[in-house]
Design a binder for this molecule. Structure first.
Ligand code: ZN
Length: 288
């Protein structure tokens, strides 16, 4: 057994991505290459929630990395019903959940609707750095679950036509949030919906401004791990030159019954240890 597994972690958190639930029959993706299990995704979430609840040390919080319900719900007028169903499953665990917004959130709801919904988890931001200023409708904020360790929740679609009213102004608010953390000594872990490193995903899944985000990350030695979803096949790359781990999580929606795709990350002074379930592998994320 690895040394660190015998030690008590500082804290632990759960990760899950691309649930994309809808009450519709299974179907293939747009390119007809992957099957999507729209109803089963809720059962896999239930299994994840039960697993987290049964752990000897329950996760301090859960990171839901976006695309919680599928865009098909909009077509069926079922957006709110589907969202309620998934959030109910989360709430049964009585755990703090941080919601990252993905593209499917914006297929279903406008930004102003999302801000008034339970997917606006910026209410959980810590007092030191509230990511949202009055008048802005960007879901980017930070929280510090343990002294010396800060999570910066990014809004990957802060500059996008998705979910934006025609008359609204967009800001690079999420980017400025990371910059804001330049001066402090905390270790940072930014979760966002879209991957930002070309070697942690396929080109079509990268954030449009990944190079800008990467250069910000690269000049901030405090960033230790970037966690994303969106690429349903998942991916992982350790940028050894700066010691940043880029973790892209496998999607629930394309996980067949009998398997799963969630993880529990234990954080120690010198590393984070990902214990994967189903399609998600175990990975040791050592700090530089
Ligand atoms: Zn997505």
């Amino acid at each position: 057994m690895d040394d660190c597994c015998e030690r008590e972690p500082l804290f632990t958190f759960g990760v899950i991505a691309d649930i994309q639930h809808a009450d519709i029959d299974d179907a293939f993706n747009f390119t007809q290459t992957r099957r999507r299990f729209y109803r089963n995704s809720l059962r896999l979430l239930k299994e994840a929630r039960e697993t987290w609840c049964q752990l000897p040390a329950r996760p301090n919080f859960i990171l839901q990395l976006g695309d919680i319900i599928d865009g098909f719900n909009k077509r069926h007028g079922a957006s709110s019903v589907a969202l309620d169903r998934v959030l109910e499953e989360f709430s049964l665990g009585s755990m703090e959940v941080h919601h990252v917004w993905g593209n499917h959130e914006l297929y279903n709801f406008s930004r102003s609707e999302l801000l008034c919904s339970r997917l606006n988890s910026s209410v959980l931001a810590d007092g030191r750095c509230d990511g949202r200023r009055a008048g802005e409708d960007i879901n980017a904020y930070s929280f510090t679950p343990f002294p010396g360790f800060t999570f910066v929740v990014l809004d990957a679609f802060d500059v996008s036509l998705l979910g934006v009213e025609e008359d609204s102004l967009r800001y690079h608010r999420a980017l400025s949030l990371i910059k804001q953390h330049n001066s402090n000594d905390d270790l940072n872990c930014p979760p966002g919906h879209l991957p930002v490193h070309p070697r942690s995903t396929v080109p079509s899944c990268l954030a449009w401004n990944f190079d800008e985000l990467l250069s910000i990350i690269q000049c901030h030695s405090s960033v230790v791990c970037f966690i994303a979803g969106h690429d349903h096949d998942g991916g992982y790359y350790w940028d050894k030159s700066i010691g940043v781990h880029h973790l892209t999580l496998e999607a629930i929606i394309e996980t067949p019954p009998g398997s799963n795709a969630f993880g529990t990350i234990s954080v120690y002074e010198d590393r984070m240890v990902l214990k994967g379930n189903g399609r998600i592998p175990d990975i040791d994320l050592v700090f530089p």
